[in-house]
Design a protein around this ligand. Structure first.
Ligand SMILES: C=CC1=C(C)c2cc3[nH]c(cc4nc(cc5[nH]c(cc1n2)c(C)c5CCC(=O)O)C(CCC(=O)O)=C4C)c(C)c3C=C
Ligand code: FE2
Ligand code: FE2
Length: 339
């Protein structure tokens, strides 16, 4: 086929714009070695565990990785998508990419990749480049910025870009914790979730993934962005501070993490006369082990064991119409001038 290029010239694809959805990552299976591989990569990231490697690596490779993969693997098994034989985080992120592709049209190429595990960020960038993308929007799917999530997702992408002779132009999606499209979608999903229940919750918890207090003190804005998201949702719904509360979940390790803790709150509420609660997890763009196992299953057990009577978990925005409308809106905003 005539390309208009001189003989022997490398092939050049028609220039396109790409969007790479970036999520955290997840194990390939629930067995010991799959979970161990994933946790080893994840917990070796100095953005996630800031202790010096000479101190942390022996602990990680010793006690942590000899015990945690069994425990986490059993938890993953409770929430595994058996039809897809994949972790829900990957199944739902893939659906988001497919639906976003339909919404953005064929002039933009959408793909997804993970910070840890598969599909790797490097393979995502290479696939977009092979499809002719000379401009790529990297879109870490974290509404609230944290060095432990957003920054490390971008770092990994830039590591891959470092290896390319012909680099695409890149933009990164900023955190969207206060974007009206996100606040409206989140508020609507909470209102719809509550309206669908056969009871009226006394309290709704917005349960965010936690982080060590030290990271907050060192300047990570995550905590402030979480508080602002909940305040804006509360204002949007016209609810009081007593009705929509903030808690932090998923504590890891012995240090002090952001408080109040979700599990301690769920166990304390019944004694305060709060016997009906609903929980939503706004820091997660898709349901995953931290929401489906820790909140929907274990959180219910903790609350009911403490005397709670009614409990509901309101799902993440996932690939719902509401969620996809929100993602399309925040992504289109960042593509301005490119498309
Ligand atoms: C120091 C440890 C951790 C920090 C800091 C942290 C921050 C953080 N994480 C998310 C989102 C997710 N985390 C997930 C799993 C997960 N997170 C940690 C540790 C830290 N996270 C661990 C050890 C695990 C593995 C779970 C386990 O072994 O039980 C996931 C889910 C992955 C899945 O496969 O389903 C997500 C998503 C955010 C938003 C965040 C911000 C502060
Ligand atoms: Fe985490
Ligand atoms: Fe703050």
């Amino acid at each position: 086929m005539a390309t208009g290029l001189p003989a022997g010239h490398p092939a050049i694809a028609t220039p396109k714009v790409g969007v790479l959805l970036l999520n955290l990552g997840t194990p390939d299976g629930t067995d010991y070695w799959s979970v161990r591989r994933y946790l080893s990569e994840f917990l070796s990231d100095p953005r996630v565990i800031e202790s010096p490697p000479w101190l942390w690596q022996p602990i990680l490779q010793g006690v942590v990785l000899s015990t945690r993969p069994q425990k986490s693997g059993a938890n993953y098994a409770r929430i595994w998508d058996k039809d897809a034989n994949e972790s829900p985080l990957r199944v739902i992120t893939r659906k988001q990419a497919t639906k976003l592709q339909e919404r953005l049209g064929k002039n933009i190429i959408v793909d997804f990749a993970m910070r840890y595990g598969n599909p790797s960020t490097k393979s995502g960038i290479e696939a977009l480049q092979a499809a002719g993308c000379q401009k790529i929007l990297l879109a870490p799917l974290y509404p609230q910025y944290s060095a432990t999530t957003t920054a490390t997702a971008n770092d990994k992408a830039f590591d891959a870009l470092k290896t390319l002779r012909w680099q695409p132009a890149v933009r990164t999606l900023p955190a969207y914790f206060d974007e009206p499209a996100y606040i409206e979608a989140l508020a609507q999903s909470i209102a719809d979730g509550v309206a669908a229940l056969d009871f009226t919750p006394d309290v709704i918890l917005t349960s965010y993934h936690g982080m060590p207090v030290q990271y907050f003190e060192a300047g990570d804005p995550y905590h402030c962005q979480c508080l602002k998201t909940t305040r804006l949702v509360r204002e949007h719904l016209g609810w009081s501070e007593d009705k929509l509360k903030v808690t932090f979940q998923s504590r890891f390790g012995p240090t002090k993490w952001l408080e109040p803790y979700t599990d301690a709150t769920l166990m304390a509420l019944p004694a305060e006369g709060i016997k009906r609660v609903a929980v939503v997890a706004p820091a997660f763009s898709v349901d995953c082990i931290e929401t489906l196992e820790e909140i929907a299953i274990t959180g219910r057990e903790q609350f009911e064991h403490a005397g709670g009577e009614r409990y509901a978990y309101i799902p993440c925005l996932n690939d719902s119409e509401l969620g996809m409308g929100m993602l399309e809106s925040v992504i289109r905003k960042e593509l301005a001038g490119w498309v």
